[in-house]
Design a protein around this ligand. Sequence first.
Ligand SMILES: Cc1cc2nc3c(=O)[nH]c(=O)nc-3n(C[C@H](O)[C@H](O)[C@H](O)COP(=O)(O)OP(=O)(O)OC[C@H]3O[C@@H](n4cnc5c(N)ncnc54)[C@H](O)[C@@H]3O)c2cc1C
Length: 302
Amino acid sequence: MAERIRVSFEFFPPKTAEMENSLWEAVARLGPLAPNFVSVTYGAGGGTRERTHATVRRILAETPLTPAAHLTCVAATRAEIDAVIHAYQDAGVRHIVALRGDPPGGAGERYAPHPGGYQNAADLVAGIKRIADLEVSVSAYPEKHPDSPSVEADIDMLKAKVDAGATRAMTQFFFENDSYFRYLDRVRARGIDIPIVPGILPVQNFKQTKNFAARCGASVPRWLAERFDGLDEDVATRKLIAAAVAAEQVLDLVARGVTDFHFYTMNRADLVYAICHLLGLRPAPLTSLSHRERVPARSAGG
Ligand SMILES: Cc1cc2nc3c(=O)[nH]c(=O)nc-3n(C[C@H](O)[C@H](O)[C@H](O)COP(=O)(O)OP(=O)(O)OC[C@H]3O[C@@H](n4cnc5c(N)ncnc54)[C@H](O)[C@@H]3O)c2cc1C
Protein backbone atom coordinates (compact mmCIF):
# COMPACT_ATOMS: atom_id res chain seq x y z
CA MET A 1 0.00 0.00 0.00
CA ALA A 2 2.79 2.42 1.04
CA GLU A 3 4.30 2.79 -2.45
CA ARG A 4 1.29 4.57 -3.80
CA ILE A 5 0.23 6.62 -0.75
CA ARG A 6 1.37 10.24 -0.61
CA VAL A 7 0.74 12.59 2.27
CA SER A 8 1.16 16.26 3.08
CA PHE A 9 1.00 17.88 6.50
CA GLU A 10 -0.42 21.28 7.40
CA PHE A 11 0.99 23.27 10.31
CA PHE A 12 0.18 26.69 11.71
CA PRO A 13 2.79 29.25 12.80
CA PRO A 14 3.27 29.17 16.59
CA LYS A 15 2.42 32.15 18.81
CA THR A 16 4.33 31.25 21.98
CA ALA A 17 7.56 29.51 22.93
CA GLU A 18 5.55 26.51 24.14
CA MET A 19 3.63 26.31 20.85
CA GLU A 20 6.93 26.67 19.02
CA ASN A 21 8.21 23.55 20.80
CA SER A 22 5.08 21.56 19.88
CA LEU A 23 5.41 22.58 16.25
CA TRP A 24 9.05 21.55 15.88
CA GLU A 25 8.44 18.32 17.80
CA ALA A 26 5.62 17.53 15.38
CA VAL A 27 7.80 18.41 12.37
CA ALA A 28 10.61 16.20 13.73
CA ARG A 29 8.23 13.26 14.25
CA LEU A 30 6.32 13.55 10.98
CA GLY A 31 9.18 14.69 8.71
CA PRO A 32 10.77 11.22 8.42
CA LEU A 33 7.51 9.97 6.86
CA ALA A 34 8.74 11.83 3.76
CA PRO A 35 5.65 13.93 3.02
CA ASN A 36 5.11 15.25 -0.47
CA PHE A 37 5.20 18.72 1.15
CA VAL A 38 4.46 20.44 4.45
CA SER A 39 2.29 23.55 4.38
CA VAL A 40 2.21 26.52 6.75
CA THR A 41 -0.98 28.56 7.19
CA TYR A 42 -1.18 32.34 6.88
CA GLY A 43 -3.04 34.65 9.24
CA ALA A 44 -4.70 38.03 8.93
CA GLY A 45 -2.44 40.23 11.09
CA GLY A 46 1.11 41.44 10.41
CA GLY A 47 2.46 39.48 13.41
CA THR A 48 1.01 36.16 12.34
CA ARG A 49 2.20 36.75 8.77
CA GLU A 50 5.76 37.25 9.97
CA ARG A 51 5.45 34.00 11.95
CA THR A 52 4.41 32.19 8.77
CA HIS A 53 7.44 33.53 6.90
CA ALA A 54 9.76 32.62 9.78
CA THR A 55 8.33 29.08 10.00
CA VAL A 56 8.68 28.52 6.25
CA ARG A 57 12.24 29.86 6.31
CA ARG A 58 13.18 27.55 9.19
CA ILE A 59 11.71 24.51 7.41
CA LEU A 60 13.86 25.39 4.40
CA ALA A 61 16.98 26.03 6.46
CA GLU A 62 16.81 23.15 8.92
CA THR A 63 14.93 20.27 7.31
CA PRO A 64 14.98 18.42 3.99
CA LEU A 65 11.19 18.95 3.71
CA THR A 66 9.51 20.86 0.90
CA PRO A 67 7.47 23.73 2.31
CA ALA A 68 4.30 25.14 0.77
CA ALA A 69 3.53 28.64 2.03
CA HIS A 70 -0.14 29.59 2.36
CA LEU A 71 -0.96 33.11 1.15
CA THR A 72 -4.26 35.04 1.25
CA CYS A 73 -5.67 38.17 -0.42
CA VAL A 74 -6.86 39.67 2.88
CA ALA A 75 -6.12 43.27 3.91
CA ALA A 76 -3.17 43.79 1.58
CA THR A 77 -2.50 45.56 -1.71
CA ARG A 78 -1.31 43.67 -4.75
CA ALA A 79 2.11 45.27 -4.32
CA GLU A 80 2.34 44.00 -0.73
CA ILE A 81 1.31 40.49 -1.73
CA ASP A 82 3.65 40.53 -4.73
CA ALA A 83 6.50 41.48 -2.37
CA VAL A 84 5.72 38.39 -0.25
CA ILE A 85 5.72 36.19 -3.36
CA HIS A 86 9.09 37.63 -4.46
CA ALA A 87 10.51 37.13 -0.96
CA TYR A 88 9.38 33.49 -0.94
CA GLN A 89 10.85 32.97 -4.37
CA ASP A 90 14.16 34.46 -3.23
CA ALA A 91 14.15 32.25 -0.13
CA GLY A 92 13.75 29.11 -2.26
CA VAL A 93 10.03 28.45 -1.75
CA ARG A 94 8.61 26.73 -4.83
CA HIS A 95 5.01 26.02 -3.78
CA ILE A 96 2.26 28.40 -2.64
CA VAL A 97 -1.24 27.55 -1.35
CA ALA A 98 -3.28 30.47 -2.73
CA LEU A 99 -6.44 31.45 -0.85
CA ARG A 100 -8.92 34.29 -0.69
CA GLY A 101 -8.86 34.14 3.12
CA ASP A 102 -11.49 35.09 5.69
CA PRO A 103 -12.54 38.68 6.40
CA PRO A 104 -10.31 40.33 9.03
CA GLY A 105 -13.22 40.15 11.52
CA GLY A 106 -13.41 36.38 11.02
CA ALA A 107 -15.53 33.92 9.02
CA GLY A 108 -19.18 34.98 9.08
CA GLU A 109 -18.48 38.65 8.32
CA ARG A 110 -19.14 39.78 4.76
CA TYR A 111 -15.94 39.57 2.71
CA ALA A 112 -14.86 42.72 0.87
CA PRO A 113 -11.71 42.58 -1.24
CA HIS A 114 -9.05 45.17 -0.43
CA PRO A 115 -9.59 48.04 -2.93
CA GLY A 116 -6.01 47.74 -4.22
CA GLY A 117 -5.71 44.03 -3.63
CA TYR A 118 -6.32 40.72 -5.37
CA GLN A 119 -10.07 40.23 -5.76
CA ASN A 120 -10.26 36.52 -4.99
CA ALA A 121 -8.24 33.32 -4.95
CA ALA A 122 -8.30 32.90 -8.75
CA ASP A 123 -6.96 36.44 -9.17
CA LEU A 124 -4.20 35.60 -6.67
CA VAL A 125 -3.27 32.38 -8.52
CA ALA A 126 -2.94 34.42 -11.73
CA GLY A 127 -0.82 37.01 -9.89
CA ILE A 128 1.54 34.34 -8.55
CA LYS A 129 1.90 32.78 -11.99
CA ARG A 130 2.68 36.19 -13.52
CA ILE A 131 5.57 36.57 -11.07
CA ALA A 132 7.08 33.09 -11.16
CA ASP A 133 6.36 29.57 -12.30
CA LEU A 134 5.71 28.31 -8.77
CA GLU A 135 3.55 25.30 -7.97
CA VAL A 136 0.17 26.58 -6.81
CA SER A 137 -2.36 24.63 -4.75
CA VAL A 138 -5.81 25.91 -3.78
CA SER A 139 -8.77 24.99 -1.56
CA ALA A 140 -11.87 22.97 -2.42
CA TYR A 141 -15.12 22.55 -0.49
CA PRO A 142 -16.95 19.20 -0.80
CA GLU A 143 -19.76 20.59 1.37
CA LYS A 144 -19.75 24.09 -0.17
CA HIS A 145 -18.06 27.20 1.17
CA PRO A 146 -20.45 29.13 3.44
CA ASP A 147 -20.19 32.29 1.23
CA SER A 148 -21.10 30.37 -1.87
CA PRO A 149 -24.73 30.25 -3.04
CA SER A 150 -24.36 26.69 -4.37
CA VAL A 151 -21.93 23.82 -4.94
CA GLU A 152 -21.99 24.76 -8.63
CA ALA A 153 -20.82 28.33 -7.83
CA ASP A 154 -18.06 26.84 -5.71
CA ILE A 155 -17.00 24.59 -8.56
CA ASP A 156 -17.04 27.61 -10.93
CA MET A 157 -14.53 29.26 -8.56
CA LEU A 158 -12.42 26.09 -8.49
CA LYS A 159 -12.45 26.06 -12.30
CA ALA A 160 -11.33 29.70 -12.37
CA LYS A 161 -8.46 28.85 -10.00
CA VAL A 162 -7.41 25.90 -12.20
CA ASP A 163 -7.67 28.01 -15.37
CA ALA A 164 -5.38 30.55 -13.67
CA GLY A 165 -2.75 27.87 -13.06
CA ALA A 166 -3.53 25.91 -9.88
CA THR A 167 -2.48 22.27 -10.18
CA ARG A 168 -3.80 20.75 -6.94
CA ALA A 169 -6.68 21.39 -4.52
CA MET A 170 -6.83 20.31 -0.90
CA THR A 171 -10.33 20.00 0.53
CA GLN A 172 -11.81 21.43 3.65
CA PHE A 173 -12.15 18.60 6.18
CA PHE A 174 -15.23 16.35 6.00
CA PHE A 175 -16.38 13.26 7.88
CA GLU A 176 -18.76 11.64 5.38
CA ASN A 177 -16.68 10.18 2.58
CA ASP A 178 -19.72 10.00 0.31
CA SER A 179 -19.86 13.80 0.26
CA TYR A 180 -16.26 13.89 -1.03
CA PHE A 181 -16.99 11.39 -3.82
CA ARG A 182 -20.23 13.17 -4.83
CA TYR A 183 -18.24 16.43 -5.03
CA LEU A 184 -15.45 14.73 -7.00
CA ASP A 185 -18.00 13.48 -9.57
CA ARG A 186 -19.31 17.03 -10.05
CA VAL A 187 -15.77 18.47 -10.30
CA ARG A 188 -14.77 15.89 -12.93
CA ALA A 189 -18.03 16.45 -14.83
CA ARG A 190 -17.06 20.15 -15.01
CA GLY A 191 -13.83 19.15 -16.79
CA ILE A 192 -11.51 19.80 -13.83
CA ASP A 193 -8.82 17.13 -13.76
CA ILE A 194 -6.32 18.28 -11.10
CA PRO A 195 -5.91 16.14 -7.95
CA ILE A 196 -8.56 16.99 -5.33
CA VAL A 197 -6.72 15.82 -2.23
CA PRO A 198 -8.95 15.05 0.77
CA GLY A 199 -8.17 17.15 3.84
CA ILE A 200 -8.26 14.96 6.94
CA LEU A 201 -8.78 16.44 10.38
CA PRO A 202 -8.10 13.96 13.18
CA VAL A 203 -10.50 14.95 15.96
CA GLN A 204 -8.00 15.95 18.64
CA ASN A 205 -10.74 17.78 20.50
CA PHE A 206 -14.41 17.27 19.60
CA LYS A 207 -15.70 20.60 20.97
CA GLN A 208 -13.05 22.52 19.03
CA THR A 209 -13.80 20.50 15.88
CA LYS A 210 -17.50 21.36 16.19
CA ASN A 211 -16.61 25.07 16.42
CA PHE A 212 -14.29 24.89 13.39
CA ALA A 213 -16.94 23.00 11.44
CA ALA A 214 -19.63 25.59 12.25
CA ARG A 215 -17.36 28.37 10.95
CA CYS A 216 -16.26 26.69 7.74
CA GLY A 217 -19.50 24.99 6.73
CA ALA A 218 -18.40 21.38 7.33
CA SER A 219 -21.07 19.13 8.77
CA VAL A 220 -20.57 17.09 11.92
CA PRO A 221 -22.63 13.92 11.61
CA ARG A 222 -24.68 12.69 14.56
CA TRP A 223 -22.72 9.41 14.65
CA LEU A 224 -19.51 11.36 15.24
CA ALA A 225 -21.02 13.33 18.14
CA GLU A 226 -22.28 10.06 19.61
CA ARG A 227 -18.81 8.51 19.48
CA PHE A 228 -17.36 11.36 21.53
CA ASP A 229 -20.38 11.67 23.83
CA GLY A 230 -19.43 11.70 27.52
CA LEU A 231 -15.66 11.91 26.85
CA ASP A 232 -15.10 15.65 27.44
CA GLU A 233 -12.99 14.94 30.54
CA ASP A 234 -11.47 11.66 29.35
CA VAL A 235 -8.53 12.58 27.14
CA ALA A 236 -7.06 9.08 26.84
CA THR A 237 -10.29 7.44 25.58
CA ARG A 238 -10.98 10.44 23.32
CA LYS A 239 -7.63 9.91 21.65
CA LEU A 240 -8.33 6.22 21.03
CA ILE A 241 -11.72 7.05 19.55
CA ALA A 242 -10.18 9.80 17.41
CA ALA A 243 -7.61 7.35 16.03
CA ALA A 244 -10.35 4.80 15.29
CA VAL A 245 -12.56 7.40 13.54
CA ALA A 246 -9.72 8.73 11.37
CA ALA A 247 -8.48 5.21 10.58
CA GLU A 248 -11.95 4.19 9.43
CA GLN A 249 -12.18 7.29 7.25
CA VAL A 250 -8.79 7.04 5.52
CA LEU A 251 -8.94 3.27 5.02
CA ASP A 252 -12.36 3.65 3.37
CA LEU A 253 -10.94 6.40 1.12
CA VAL A 254 -8.01 4.13 0.18
CA ALA A 255 -10.41 1.24 -0.54
CA ARG A 256 -12.26 3.62 -2.89
CA GLY A 257 -9.10 4.60 -4.78
CA VAL A 258 -7.69 7.63 -2.93
CA THR A 259 -3.89 7.74 -2.79
CA ASP A 260 -3.12 11.29 -1.59
CA PHE A 261 -4.03 12.80 1.77
CA HIS A 262 -3.57 16.26 3.31
CA PHE A 263 -3.54 16.15 7.11
CA TYR A 264 -4.56 19.09 9.30
CA THR A 265 -2.07 18.30 12.05
CA MET A 266 -2.95 21.13 14.47
CA ASN A 267 0.83 20.99 15.13
CA ARG A 268 0.48 17.63 16.88
CA ALA A 269 2.05 14.48 15.55
CA ASP A 270 0.67 11.52 17.47
CA LEU A 271 -2.69 10.84 15.76
CA VAL A 272 -1.42 11.77 12.31
CA TYR A 273 1.65 9.58 12.77
CA ALA A 274 -0.54 6.62 13.80
CA ILE A 275 -2.84 7.09 10.80
CA CYS A 276 0.12 7.33 8.42
CA HIS A 277 1.48 4.12 9.95
CA LEU A 278 -1.85 2.45 9.20
CA LEU A 279 -1.55 3.73 5.64
CA GLY A 280 1.72 1.82 5.41
CA LEU A 281 4.12 4.75 5.75
CA ARG A 282 7.32 4.13 7.73
CA PRO A 283 9.96 6.65 8.82
CA ALA A 284 13.01 6.92 6.61
CA PRO A 285 16.35 8.11 8.00
CA LEU A 286 16.51 11.84 7.27
CA THR A 287 19.59 11.37 5.08
CA SER A 288 17.72 9.10 2.70
CA LEU A 289 14.83 11.50 2.22
CA SER A 290 14.89 13.00 -1.22
CA HIS A 291 16.24 16.47 -0.75
CA ARG A 292 14.24 19.19 -2.40
CA GLU A 293 15.72 20.72 -5.46
CA ARG A 294 17.72 23.82 -4.56
CA VAL A 295 16.96 26.37 -7.23
CA PRO A 296 19.04 29.52 -7.41
CA ALA A 297 17.27 32.67 -6.24
CA ARG A 298 15.58 34.73 -8.91
CA SER A 299 17.83 37.15 -10.73
CA ALA A 300 17.66 40.83 -9.84
CA GLY A 301 15.46 41.47 -12.86
CA GLY A 302 12.76 39.12 -11.47
C1 LIG B 1 -6.77 23.63 2.46
C2 LIG B 1 -7.18 24.95 3.08
C3 LIG B 1 -6.21 25.79 3.60
C4 LIG B 1 -6.54 27.02 4.16
N1 LIG B 1 -5.55 27.82 4.67
C5 LIG B 1 -5.85 29.04 5.16
C6 LIG B 1 -4.83 29.93 5.62
O1 LIG B 1 -3.64 29.59 5.63
N2 LIG B 1 -5.19 31.14 6.08
C7 LIG B 1 -6.50 31.56 6.09
O2 LIG B 1 -6.78 32.69 6.51
N3 LIG B 1 -7.51 30.74 5.67
C8 LIG B 1 -7.21 29.50 5.21
N4 LIG B 1 -8.22 28.67 4.74
C9 LIG B 1 -9.62 29.12 4.84
C10 LIG B 1 -10.04 30.02 3.65
O3 LIG B 1 -9.23 31.16 3.60
C11 LIG B 1 -11.48 30.43 3.86
O4 LIG B 1 -12.33 29.34 3.73
C12 LIG B 1 -11.95 31.59 3.01
O5 LIG B 1 -13.21 32.03 3.50
C13 LIG B 1 -12.12 31.26 1.54
O6 LIG B 1 -10.91 31.30 0.87
P1 LIG B 1 -10.69 30.25 -0.34
O7 LIG B 1 -9.53 30.63 -1.12
O8 LIG B 1 -10.74 28.90 0.23
O9 LIG B 1 -12.04 30.50 -1.12
P2 LIG B 1 -12.40 30.65 -2.66
O10 LIG B 1 -12.09 29.42 -3.37
O11 LIG B 1 -11.90 31.92 -3.20
O12 LIG B 1 -13.95 30.81 -2.49
C14 LIG B 1 -14.76 29.79 -1.93
C15 LIG B 1 -16.20 29.99 -2.34
O13 LIG B 1 -16.73 31.21 -1.83
C16 LIG B 1 -17.28 31.96 -2.88
N5 LIG B 1 -16.99 33.35 -2.62
C17 LIG B 1 -15.79 33.88 -2.40
N6 LIG B 1 -15.92 35.21 -2.16
C18 LIG B 1 -17.24 35.49 -2.25
C19 LIG B 1 -17.99 36.67 -2.11
N7 LIG B 1 -17.40 37.84 -1.83
N8 LIG B 1 -19.34 36.59 -2.27
C20 LIG B 1 -19.94 35.39 -2.54
N9 LIG B 1 -19.25 34.24 -2.68
C21 LIG B 1 -17.94 34.30 -2.55
C22 LIG B 1 -16.52 31.52 -4.09
O14 LIG B 1 -17.25 31.76 -5.26
C23 LIG B 1 -16.36 30.07 -3.84
O15 LIG B 1 -17.53 29.42 -4.22
C24 LIG B 1 -7.91 27.42 4.20
C25 LIG B 1 -8.90 26.57 3.69
C26 LIG B 1 -8.55 25.34 3.13
C27 LIG B 1 -9.63 24.43 2.59
